[in-house]
Design a protein around this ligand. Structure first.
Ligand code: HEC
Length: 391
């Protein structure tokens, strides 16, 4: 009895592939379910003889392959369309066509890794390396030139003597009783083992450090750091004026930029025409820019600022008959080139804003000198809004 308790399985050896196939069939027919066959090389038809179904590893592959595909597809979509929506090369934010190669690759990657890991861990029981038949004479024989069958003691209809007789009747030789190995426990946290790990880690790190940084040290790729070039704002003896930064050649024109044709001319003969339409939006912008750039010297309503106010240089009124008579282009020229004490505003105010300011100045002028039809228009506007702003 005590012998039976430790018994793991009964093994028998056969000489030829035909005999082992026959034995496997018979074992299966006798109703044993927990048995295995070991052969020195794959024997065709064995899975059928043993009555093995299809391997379940395919489901593992399928599941993880699909999971990987769905994950990476959504992940790419999330990064590109939600987390960091950024248009690249004018493509849509969810360019699914571009995801296809990576989705394919990740499907294959997840499927194959899951297959290998699943096979090793689930089917082969890794990381546990021992199996009772490892220490037997039986395994030595079947890994050279014999064919063997083992019937496990776990089998529901296992009876040691009956199994022995049965295997003998099939032509099995060298019947062997394989016992469970005695269990050895290995405590991972024992101090000796931890000390061992620490010493190995220290030696490896130190050895790697010495090797890579002292023995085999090579100057890393640093050509980008040591360029022969001048940095912005630095000096140089290369150019006669000592400046490393160069200004564009005189007459250089930026791409798609039309230089102002009357640069430096006080009263151009044919000034530019106003290209803008005074819409409400444009006038609002003109008002804002006028109040920013012009009002400090010319007053909030272009009425002019008196010298007594301490403003320097005090700007004259823009409601004079002279300015009302100026074309838009003339005023544009004054803003662009400046005039006497008034500096040029070409660098502060972009072109469109200059024209918008002029449109707004025209509105201010008209408000000071309305014609009768303007009153009519205001009356009608008031009727519409139900208010009476102008008496
Ligand atoms: C730093 C103060 C200052 C600012 C800001 C200023 N101007 Fe002037 N502006 C003057 C002075 C001073 C004159 C008179 C120049 C002269 O003596 O011819 C003048 C003249 C003018 C004239 C001609 C007036 C005339 O009677 O000949 C126009 C038009 C004009 N400014 C428009 C503008 C516009 C539009 C702006 C805003 C973009 C502006 N100015 C900003 C000081 C200023």
């Amino acid at each position: 009895m005590s012998e039976n308790k430790n018994l793991n399985s009964v093994a028998a050896l056969f000489d030829t592939p035909n005999k082992i196939i026959n034995a496997a069939k018979k074992v299966k027919e006798a109703g044993y379910t927990k048995f295995d066959v070991n052969t020195p090389y794959p024997v065709h038809g064995m899975d059928k003889a043993m009555g093995l179904g299809q391997s379940k590893i395919g489901y593992v592959t399928l599941f993880f392959g699909f999971a990987g595909a769905i994950f990476i597809f959504l992940f790419m979509g999330w990064t590109m369309a939600i987390n960091y929506p950024y248009i690249v090369g004018g493509k849509p934010l969810f360019p699914f066509q571009a995801f296809i190669p990576i989705t394919f690759e990740v499907t294959v990657l997840c499927g194959s890794i899951a297959t290998v890991v699943g096979m090793l861990a689930v089917f082969f029981n890794l990381p546990f390396l021992n199996h009772p038949i490892h220490d037997s004479n039986y395994i030595k024989e079947v890994s050279i030139d014999k064919f063997g069958v083992v019937i496990e003691a776990q089998d529901p209809i296992f009876e040691r003597d009956k199994v022995t007789e049965f295997l003998k009747s099939l032509g099995g030789e060298k019947i062997e009783y394989i016992n469970e190995p005695e269990k050895e426990e290995f405590k991972i946290l024992q101090p000796k083992f931890i000390l061992f790990l620490v010493v190995v880690a220290a030696l490896t790190s130190f050895g790697t450090f010495i090797t890579l940084n002292k023995l085999m040290y090579v100057v890393p790729f640093n050509w980008m750091d040591n360029q022969r070039k001048s940095n912005p704002q630095s000096e140089t003896n290369f150019f006669y004026d000592g400046y490393a930064m160069r200004t564009p050649v005189v007459g250089t024109v930026a791409k798609e930029f039309m230089p102002y044709p009357y640069q430096g001319q006080a009263q151009p003969e044919v000034p530019l025409a106003n290209p803008t339409l005074p819409t409400e939006q444009l006038l609002k912008m003109g008002q804002e820019k006028f109040l920013t750039f012009c009002s400090p010297c010319h007053g909030n309503y272009a009425q002019g600022v008196s010298r007594l106010k301490g403003q320097f240089p005090p700007g004259p009124t823009l409601h004079s008959a002279k300015i009302i008579g100026y074309s838009d282009g003339m005023i544009y020229n004054i803003i662009t080139n400046g005039q006497n004490a008034m500096p040029s505003y070409a660098y502060q105010i972009p072109r469109e804003q200059r024209w918008a300011i002029i449109d707004y100045i025209r509105v201010l002028q008209r408000a000071q000198n309305p014609n009768p039809s303007d009153f009519q228009a205001i009356k009608e506007l008031n009727k519409e809004s139900g208010k009476n702003a102008v008496n």
